[in-house]
Ligand binder design. Structure first.
Ligand code: BGC
Length: 387
């Protein structure tokens, strides 16, 4: 199935342990500009210098790890960041965790500061995977290893490893969910209406999410079993800048206004993640009166799990960030010890410069039938979180 998918890949996965809960750990409260307040150890100013590395060693047992996260706007990155910080600190490392407010320039400045402060490994969940080339060169010059977290960093030789969930599988599972719930294999002459919403064009994961889903759904569009009344089926047209709920909602308001006001039934919406699905759900609530359509998502955000319980979203993809965090901390540890990190994929993620050795965690789908087992029994959420 992956052979069908031609998009260039990228994605970094990160994990966080929700053991800290979804609320407010110290890490989550880290201000986007806090790196400027970090003490700049003079001896560590030149990260390329061995003496500086030694100085960094003096301040902490294991050395400094820079963790760059895209935004605090989405629940998952807060979990990812706080889990990484907690687990890295437990393993004896000092952590500089920064959030960049979905602003690539801010992320570049934060990474520059991490390099200047003598970090030894960088863990980066990029905002625009195509726009970190120069600062990646600086990291390489300083001898710093870079792990792309959840989202791949593109077109840079400096990316050493990639840790993520199997992003193609995420999209495939979303597509298969729609295929199964509409029983498309046995549709005969029946037709079903569908609309599409995916994520930010600068996020390489989108190529995989959308590619994986379309490999399942495109044959049904070609056969006329699935019909898209808006006609908006190509990846660029259905993209949502910054994965914004508001932007997804605004686009969906327009679609519903133009194509569904006459009572046309909408059977399914492929939404690539929970933030976009939440925008779609809000738009449906305001503009659509028919039976609730199938609506996919990803992340198992608390808001979306509540929507699943309320019947406003059909499924989400559960990416257990605890598992990803464990893997990335293991990678950091191996790198620090001069060992080879564990990887399980050496073919899929070509960043345009090289195929990045990757560790892919496995995503699973969650819906009304299994969310309790997946999310509550596993300790990911407490029952009260979902009330
Ligand atoms: C992540 C998703 C997330 C999306 C929006 C993607 O790169 O893989 O889990 O929903 O970004 O932040």
């Amino acid at each position: 199935m992956k052979k069908k998918f031609l998009g260039v890949v990228l994605s970094v996965a990160m994990v966080a342990s929700l053991l800290a809960g979804c609320g407010g750990s110290d890490a989550e409260k880290t201000d986007g500009n806090a790196q400027q307040e970090a003490p700049a150890d003079d001896a560590a100013d030149d990260a390329a210098d061995d003496a500086a590395d030694d100085a960094a060693d003096d301040s902490t047992e294991g050395g400094l790890v820079g963790v760059a996260m895209p935004t605090k706007d989405l629940q998952r990155w807060n979990q990812d960041g706080s889990n990484m910080k907690e687990k890295l600190e437990a393993a004896g490392y000092e952590v500089d965790l920064q959030y960049a407010n979905n602003d690539n320039a801010q992320m570049v400045t934060q990474i520059e500061n991490m390099i200047a402060n003598g970090c030894k490994v960088l863990v980066i969940a990029s905002i625009d995977g195509n726009a970190l080339g120069t600062v990646m060169d600086q990291a390489a010059e300083a001898g710093i290893k870079v792990i792309a977290y959840d989202r791949l960093i593109m077109n840079s030789p400096a990316v050493s490893y990639y840790a993520t969930f199997d992003n193609y599988l995420v999209g495939q599972k979303q597509g298969e969910y729609i295929e199964e719930k509409l029983d498309l294999k046995n549709a005969g002459d029946k037709t079903y209406n569908i609309e599409f919403v995916t994520g930010d064009p600068g996020d390489n994961n989108v190529n995989f999410f959308f590619g994986g889903a379309m490999d399942v759904l495109q044959p049904y569009l070609d056969a006329g079993t699935l019909v898209c009344p808006s006609g908006e089926t190509d990846q660029d047209t259905v993209a949502t800048a910054e994965w914004s709920s508001e932007k997804a909602q605004a686009r969906f308001d327009t679609i519903l206004g133009a194509h569904y006001q006459d009572g046309t039934k909408l059977d399914a919406i492929l939404a690539s993640n929970d933030s976009t699905a939440q925008g779609v759900a809000a738009s449906l609530e305001a503009n659509y009166t028919g039976d609730y359509p199938i609506l996919t998502g990803q992340d198992c955000d608390i808001v979306s799990v509540k929507n699943i319980i309320a019947g406003k979203q059909s499924m989400s993809i559960f990416k257990d960030t605890r598992t990803l965090a464990e893997k990335v901390v293991g990678m950091v540890d191996s790198i620090m010890k001069g060992e080879e990190p564990e990887i399980n994929d050496t073919e899929t993620y070509d960043n345009g410069d090289h195929v990045v050795p990757s560790y892919l965690c496995e995503p699973v789908f969650a819906d009304i039938d299994n969310y309790k087992e997946l999310l509550i029994d596993s300790g990911y959420y407490k029952e009260d979180d979902l009330k």
